[in-house]
Design a protein. Structure first.
Lengths: 116, 500
């Protein structure tokens, strides 16, 4: 249970960064922390103490062997989610650079042409 | 070819053409719109085909569910597929002329098709993680499209949208991770079976809250709505129409409803949460819309208000309310895209969206004004247009809900009627400021937009009329089968897995 709670705490730290920070780059870092907290959580769900790599070496005993594996599905999921995260980071950094070109600052208090 | 092989094509066709488009653009920029239009026509024909074919199940790679990835087609999915195909086809016809003002046409159509890919994928996926992946594809395309003008406001709106969208996605993925840890599967039907058999359901409350926040951010329900009034007006008009008409419904409302009704199961607490969020969105969206002076910003707030109607009706939890919600969803897709395209026409012809600088367009742009009036009448719920019947069904369902919610349901019904009145107020303001009155000097030389633009406006206006005049037919053929999917969890499990 403790790792789950720690992941939630990490997630909340990221959320705090997004909400409280005034710098575009720090907001982006907050978003990345949130995403990594979720990835960590996913990998911990599939973890088993002393579990082996999920590769069947002896097809006749596949079921007995599988009992000693870590769960491979979350690993497949986080590979996908890391790639999605990469895309997200790329697009948001590109947006930050464009904003810096236009406004000459990373401070969100000075980037407010649109109101609520 | 069997009909179930059509299901993966709903993702494959727009995806492959989207990747071809930048290459086509290198050869000849003018070919790109034709390719994109071909893709949407193909999707439209395919969606008409699957509706006739009944319920379909496609196991990707031959791995039967609950193992592997499966695509599920049922009446609810078909309603969305048909809606996406029809509206995006008309929007793409509109953008032929409109997008000539922007550079990088092939990339626009590429992102446009990627967005359709993502939405179709969300709708037909029978697997929770795939819903997330397709949702991200559609969101990424929309982030880029909101910033398409690369001016100060577009970039700022897109950044806001990116941050809130990113938070939403993280919440959804967090929910999916917890869902996997309590059920040990990702297949929606298998998950639902596990949850029915589960004894300790405390974790589900937390997961529901995560999903409600995540999908609420995507659907722009009221405490999570801050990005929408910036993002939707900043995008080019065809994209505003896509975002308001289709994206918030598919990524937000559809995913929310599919997961809550078919997988987790809606309890007392969840339905109350949906009713409260719905009413908040309805009232606050409408009140804020009245004060707006920007044509598109007013429409964006109105979208928040109408999404509120839909979520509220789903929260009521009676079969009649589901019919009302789904019919309103279909209606809203049509009249909100019509209104956003009208705002695009007005901007195309006059160069401004500020209501204070517009006026007297009725004499200069008769077709745009007529279609805009039909859209405004439909959204404010004037008989005999579609919006009247869907709002009437929702109000009647709210009164009937007295049986299980107690007398407070009368107040809910009164609020739906009152918000409908507020809708009339801001659309009267829009009509009066933009279409009637004196024509300002600056707008003397304004002309009607090209035929390819008003053509799709007229088509959408005809759809608005058809939904109103012929509504029993649409409800019987499209809405009722879709609403039956939401009533029981058992049928969905049997359909996908073969047994309970």
């Amino acid at each position: 249970m403790t790792p789950y709670i720690l992941c939630t705490v990490l997630f909340m730290i990221g959320l705090y960064g997004v909400i409280a920070k005034k710098n575009l780059v720090k907001i982006v870092i907050g978003l990345i922390i949130m995403e990594y907290a979720v990835n960590l959580m996913l990998i911990l769900i599939g973890y088993r103490k002393g579990g082996g790599a999920p590769i069947v070496t002896d097809p006749a005993n596949a079921v007995r062997e599988a009992a000693g594996f870590v769960d491979p599905l979350p690993q497949a999921l986080i590979v996908t989610s890391i790639v999605i995260g990469l895309g997200f980071t790329a697009i948001i950094i590109a947006m930050c650079l464009r904003l810096y070109e236009k406004y000459g600052t990373f401070d969100i208090l000075q980037i407010r042409r649109l109101k609520g | 070819m069997n009909s179930e092989h059509l299901l993966p094509l709903f993702v494959a066709v727009p995806l492959s053409i989207a990747f071809l488009l930048p290459l086509v653009g290198l050869i000849n920029e003018r070919l790109a719109p034709a390719f994109a239009a071909f893709a949407t026509v193909a999707l439209f024909v395919m969606s008409l085909n699957v509706i006739g074919a009944g319920e379909l199940l496609y196991a990707v790679g031959g791995w039967q569910p609950p193992f592997g990835i499966c695509l599920v087609g049922d009446a609810l999915s078909y309603l969305f597929l048909l809606m996406i195909a029809t509206v995006s086809l008309l929007i793409i016809v509109f953008s032929f002329a409109y997008m000539k003002r922007y550079t990088a046409g092939p990339r626009f159509y590429c992102l446009f098709l990627l967005m359709i890919t993502g939405m179709n994928g969300v709708v037909i996926s029978g697997d929770l993680f795939n819903i997330y992946v397709f949702l991200e594809i559609a969101s990424f395309a929309s982030y880029a499209l909101v910033a398409f003008g690369i001016d100060r406001e577009e970039l700022e709106a897109s950044f806001k949208y990116l941050v809130l969208g990113g938070i939403g996605s993280s919440f959804i993925l967090f929910g999916i991770a917890l869902m996997y840890s309590v059920t040990g599967t990702l297949n929606l039907a298998d998950m639902s079976r596990c949850i029915i058999a589960m004894e300790n359901k405390t974790m589900l409350g937390f997961i529901s809250a995560l999903f409600l926040t995540g999908f609420g951010l995507k659907a722009a329900l009221v405490p999570f709505h801050a990005w929408l009034p910036d993002a939707h007006p900043s995008a080019p008009a065809p994209i505003s129409a896509m975002l308001s008409g289709l994206l918030i419904k598919t990524l937000g409302v559809y995913a929310l409803v599919r997961i809550f009704f078919n997988v987790i199961g809606v309890g007392q607490m969840l339905s109350t949460a949906m009713i409260v969020l719905g009413i908040l969105s309805m009232v606050i969206g409408a009140v804020l819309a009245i004060g707006q002076w920007d044509f598109k910003r007013m429409l964006a707030y109105s979208s928040i208000s109408q999404i509120g109607y839909i979520v509220f009706a789903f929260g009521l939890g009676t079969p009649l309310a589901y019919i009302g919600a789904l019919f309103h969803l279909l209606n809203h897709a049509v009249f909100k895209s019509l209104l956003f395209l009208c705002s695009g026409s007005v901007e195309y012809a006059t160069g401004t969206r500020d209501l204070r600088r517009l006026g007297g367009l009725w004499k200069k742009m008769p077709i745009t004004s007529a279609t805009c009036t039909i859209g405004a009448l439909a959204i404010s719920g004037m008989p005999p247009l579609g919006g009247f019947f869907s709002k009437l069904i929702i109000a009647v369902a709210a009164v009937q809900a007295v049986n299980h919610l107690g007398p407070i349901a009368y107040i809910y019904a009164a609020i739906t009627v009152a918000v409908s009145f507020l809708t009339i107020v801001y659309f009267v303001k829009l009509q009066k400021m933009a279409l009637f009155g004196e024509t300002p000097q600056a707008l003397e030389s304004v002309r009607e937009v090209p035929a390819s633009m008003w053509g799709s406006l007229v088509m959408l206006a005809i759809l608005c009329l058809a939904f109103g005049l012929h509504f029993p037919w649409f409800i019987e053929r499209l809405i009722e089968p879709a609403s039956e999917i939401l009533v029981g969890r058992g049928d969905y499990i049997i359909k996908v897995l073969g047994s309970l």
